[in-house]
Design a binder for this molecule. Structure first.
Ligand code: 4HQ
Length: 249
């Protein structure tokens, strides 16, 4: 069973997102466990302080290294092979591929920061890998940790039903997904594409692949650089591109 240890000043933030739906079921089935730890439990003094003012002056507070060191030592003693991860805008961009690789680990310890972040020596001495979930600034590392736990958990065998398998997703072959439709056949004057009602499975599969390529080409052309494309895909793309040039004239 995969173990996620989370070290945070706000363990309450994690309860419902991880207890609902797919992740909730996976925990109940003991495919994974999320252990929440309040960093304050390792702090000292009457006020159990976890932060302090920055050396050199300036705004905001910095998280002190000692409580974090004590906490990580204890979590590592219990799970010696767990990797310690830190969420920060300076980290490696988190991706589908990183999620897949991290799912191979036995355990992960997520260190969630608040305020202006951590004393630099935490990074140097205690952290194995740093990840960013995107180029924007959040108020803490809790949401990034939840995003990562969610994306990683989908790669743990048994977490997804076979109906929503990992292979069928966007990004597994590096392309965006094809459009989906369900009843009614006509909604507010918009009809479902004829081919999907044809019952011709070969034709439907080709249409879907073409839609994936078309969407990726229009919305995320950067993904085509690294996508897994066969000769048929390349032919379809050439046709799409010549059609696009045609309509530009
Ligand atoms: N943080 N991806 C935690 C982020 C962030 C991101 C800002 C991390 C605040 C305390 N983390 N500090 N983007 O915005 O991972």
């Amino acid at each position: 069973m995969m173990t996620f240890d989370v070290l945070t000043l706000f363990p309450g933030m994690f309860s419902s997102p991880l207890q609902e739906s797919i992740l909730g079921r996976a925990s109940q089935q003991q495919l994974l466990q999320v252990r929440l730890h309040n960093l304050r439990d390792w702090a000292e003094g009457k006020h159990q302080t976890t932060d302090d003012t920055p050396y050199g002056g300036g705004d905001g507070m910095v998280m002190k290294p000692e409580p974090i060191a004590r906490a990580i030592a204890e979590l590592k003693a219990r799970a010696p092979r767990s990797k310690v991860l830190l969420m920060t805008p300076q980290g490696i961009p988190f991706s589908h591929q990183k999620a897949c690789n991290l799912a191979q680990e036995e355990g992960l310890i997520f260190l969630c920061g608040r305020y202006e972040g951590f004393d630099e020596r935490v990074r140097q001495a205690l952290v194995d890998e740093e990840y960013s979930i995107g180029d924007y600034v959040l108020t803490g590392g809790e949401l990034p940790a939840m995003v990562m736990i969610d994306a990683i958990s989908r790669f743990i065998p048994g977490v997804l039903g076979c109906s929503d398998s990992v292979e069928a997703d966007s990004f597994s072959d590096g392309l965006l997904e094809y459009p989906q439709y369900t009843r009614p056949a006509v909604f507010e004057g918009m009809a479902v594409p004829e081919v999907l009602l044809s019952g011709d499975h070969g034709k439907i599969a080709r249409w879907r692949r073409e839609q994936q390529l078309l969407r990726t080409c229009q919305k995320r052309p950067d993904l085509l650089e690294t996508a897994e494309l066969d000769n048929e895909d390349k032919k379809i793309l050439e046709q799409l591109q010549s059609k696009a040039l045609e309509s530009d004239k």
